[in-house]
Design a protein around this ligand. Structure first.
Ligand code: IMP
Ligand code: MG
Length: 188
């Protein structure tokens, strides 16, 4: 995998913009979850940077857990319908105030499916906090309680989001150069 500059069209959201917005979200969540048993659930792998920064901006007691899902027979840039849990939570969520922390919602199928599965486990509440919302691409209705940024329909990477598993470590969100998209698709 080459240097990220080769793939970068433009920086969409800078490190400073991300951190400013995350501070605001943290303050909002802290207010809303006072006196509740807050459990943040991070959907791996894209959500890890967001979770790590967000939880440091929340000032009420909380715990965290992780899960990973993969979509049935879909490529990395297209997801349709049901997903399957590839890594499950280690804690019970029954009776807890669950906040799902996600990197990006595109069609909405992934998160809709995760919400459906988690709601069967009887949390006392279940909400979604997403950093990036590609609203124009939505195919199913997803309730979003906390939203970082609404972004245009462009493929983005960095700050947790990958280009074929690389470049998740970038501190900003960048747009993939359109001429590079097909190259990556073929690489699988
Ligand atoms: P959805 O099920 O269509 O909402 O897809 C959500 C998942 O697709 C995310 O969790 C990401 O893994 C992936 N995804 C969607 N758009 C992008 C993008 O622009 N960059 C990187 N990953 C993306
Ligand atoms: Mg991905």
């Amino acid at each position: 995998m080459s240097d990220y500059n080769e793939f970068l069209d433009e920086v969409l959201i800078s490190e400073e913009q991300l951190q400013t917005r995350i501070r605001q979200l943290g303050a909002e969540i802290s207010r809303d979850y006072r006196d509740q048993d807050l459990l943040l659930i991070c959907v791996l792998r894209g959500g890890v940077l967001f979770l790590a920064d967000l939880m440091r901006q929340i000032n009420v007691p909380l715990s965290i857990d992780f899960m990973a899902v993969s979509s049935y027979g879909a490529g990395s840039r297209q997801s349709k319908g049901q997903v399957r849990i590839t890594l499950d939570l280690t804690t019970s969520i029954e009776g807890r105030s669950v906040l799902l922390v996600e990197d990006i919602i595109d069609s909405g199928h992934t998160i809709a499916s995760v919400l459906e599965m988690l709601s069967l486990r009887r949390p006392s509440s279940l909400r979604v906090c997403v950093l990036l919302d590609k609203a124009d691409r939505r195919e199913v209705v997803v309730p979003i309680h906390y939203r970082g940024f609404t972004i245009p329909n462009k493929f983005v990477f960095g700050y947790g989001l990958d280009l074929d598993e690389y470049h998740r470590n970038l501190p900003f969100v960048g747009v993939l150069r359109p001429d590079k998209a097909s190259e990556l698709d073929q690489a699988g």
